[in-house]
Design a protein around this ligand. Structure first.
Ligand code: MN3
Length: 200
């Protein structure tokens, strides 16, 4: 029943030049693997061992910090790999209409997400979430996410951007805003659109 590392689904260099292959390899094979291993270690022999990741997130306040940090890390990265792609795509008509209604247009969404990511002090994530049927932008610290019962803004995340330094430092060094600007070139809108349809 132990959690396992999901395959990346594309080559490490698929997101070049926006996200470099070495960053992707270390991020997936080392960082994400460590979250999986440490989550399994933290849950071993406890009742949490038989819970799904979503069940753990929904009741995370009842679990030790190791489950919150590593369970969040496993959930967040599992989503992150799927919402990235080297192939160009665009939001579905349905998602595009929701983005226009909430943020004016796609650039309005990008600006709001990039501000959320750039102003998150230290490590964390920027999120596009469906909350009560509406799109909301927020950010969380560390490996927290909007599925957690402790989250300030709760909902179903459909797009998450990792703003930990390990996500961008090799290529962008301290320039987090440049990484945030570039990542929109490799967003997999087919997956984000499907996430939206499922979440609303
Ligand atoms: Mn990360």
């Amino acid at each position: 029943m132990a959690f396992t590392l999901p395959p990346l689904g594309y080559a490490f260099d698929a997101l070049e030049p926006h996200i470099d292959a070495t960053t992707m390899q270390i991020h997936h094979d080392k960082h994400h693997q460590a979250y999986v291993d440490n989550l399994n270690k933290a849950l071993a022999g406890t009742e949490g061992e038989n819970k799904t990741l979503e069940e753990l997130m929904a009741n995370i306040s009842k679990y030790p910090a190791a489950v919150r940090n590593n369970g969040g890390g496993h959930y967040n990265h599992s989503l992150f790999w799927t919402i990235l792609s080297g192939h160009s795509s665009k939001p579905s008509a349905e998602l595009a209409a929701a983005i226009d209604a909430a943020f004016g247009n796609l650039d309005g969404l990008k600006e709001k997400m990039n501000t959320a990511g750039a102003t998150r002090f230290g490590s964390g994530w920027a999120w596009l979430t469906v909350t009560d049927g509406k799109l909301t932008v927020s950010s969380t610290a560390n490996q927290d996410n909007p599925l957690m019962d402790i989250a300030e803004v709760k909902g179903t995340p459909i797009l998450g951007i990792d703003v930990w330094e390990h996500a961008y430092y090799l290529h962008y060094q301290n320039r987090r805003p440049d990484y945030l600007k570039a990542i929109w070139n490799v967003i997999n809108w087919d997956v984000v659109s499907a996430n939206y349809a499922a979440a609303k």
